[in-house]
Design a protein around this ligand. Sequence first.
Ligand SMILES: NC(=O)c1ccc[n+]([C@@H]2O[C@H](COP(=O)([O-])OP(=O)(O)OC[C@H]3O[C@@H](n4cnc5c(N)ncnc54)[C@H](O)[C@@H]3O)[C@@H](O)[C@H]2O)c1
Length: 247
Amino acid sequence: MTKRVAVVTGAARGIGKAIAERLLRDGFIVAIADLNEPEAQATSRQLAGTDSDKVFAIYVDVTDSASVRQMVDTVLARAGQIDVLVNNAGIGGPVGPIAACSEEGWLRVMAVNLTGVFLCSKAVLPHMLARGAGRIVNMASIAGKEGNPAMAAYSTSKAGVIGFTKSLAKEVATQGIYVNCVAPALIETELLQQFTEEAINYMVAKIPMGRMGQAQEVAALVAWLASEECTFSTGAVFDVSGGRATY
Ligand SMILES: NC(=O)c1ccc[n+]([C@@H]2O[C@H](COP(=O)([O-])OP(=O)(O)OC[C@H]3O[C@@H](n4cnc5c(N)ncnc54)[C@H](O)[C@@H]3O)[C@@H](O)[C@H]2O)c1
């Protein structure tokens, strides 16, 4: 494979870490971008093994445009190019009825899950457009397709990610840039600590396969969307839900 560089946000742990690990295995140089810099550094060291040139950690707060621009500039200075952006960073946010959802909690979820996707995409696009090549993969959720009860902020933010993906994909469809999103059902990561047992049981009960997914199963799909084999798919929502959403 010729040199290819991927930036994965929220890659210090969970699904993002599994994506970084998979892309590394597929031959990418990978930037592990995360708000939690010590954990990103530890993940980078763990994944690097003997080849520390191939993976590096970088601080980013995806809600802060200056931090996002700094991330893109640093990756370009260090790796020379960005072929793939995986907008994976996300939080669960308030769980409960709308009446109990604080305005602050609502806005925080929108800032991380939705505005973060916009800011990172916007920051990387000039570079991708100049090269006439690039792939952006956004992390949506089944919650954005179906709306999980008691998770209005999260569901709304992820529906927003789906809308953003479709719109941006059409905007750049003839310019060599592919934009898709992935909609996982429940995946076994530390994010689930942000949800109640009741909410988790509801989500597992909805999955025909009767189990949670694993981060590696999401990573395998993202790896294909990030690869040069993905040439006629853009603006699409790819399901990884154990049969929960068959549309
Ligand atoms: N776990 C699931 O069941 C599930 C299902 C569907 C979609 N998703 C989505 O997948 C993505 C990853 O989820 P996960 O389960 O691995 O979560 P996680 O909590 O294990 O990891 C999220 C990572 O994002 C980072 N992060 C949070 N806010 C950030 C910010 N402002 N800037 C930069 N980084 C930030 C965290 O530090 C953390 O390393 C999220 O977008 C989530 O909504 C998860």
